[in-house]
Write a new protein. Structure first.
Length: 77
């Protein structure tokens, strides 16, 4: 992940920003890829690499959705 001060948050894929819906799609794609790799060979090192990439995407998703939830809560209080 790359820190891009112009955007104000970390973005993925070499600095290319994607929206939350695209992020959800990419998370699902990586989840499926990881599952397939594991089912073919649980000892495949790519399983770990894909898992780490998936973790980064999930963390980015949580950062985005958490900040939205936090703002809504602040507005309602």
């Amino acid at each position: 992940m790359i820190n891009n001060p112009a955007i104000g948050y970390r973005n993925i894929h070499g600095g290319v920003s994607i929206n939350t819906q695209q992020l959800e799609i990419r998370i699902e794609q990586l989840r499926q890829k990881m599952h397939l790799l594991y089912s073919e060979d649980p000892n495949n090192l790519q399983v770990i690499q894909v898992s780490q990439s998936l973790d980064e995407l999930i963390n980015e998703y949580h950062r985005r959705t958490w900040s939205k939830r936090k703002r809504k809560t602040e507005i309602l209080s």
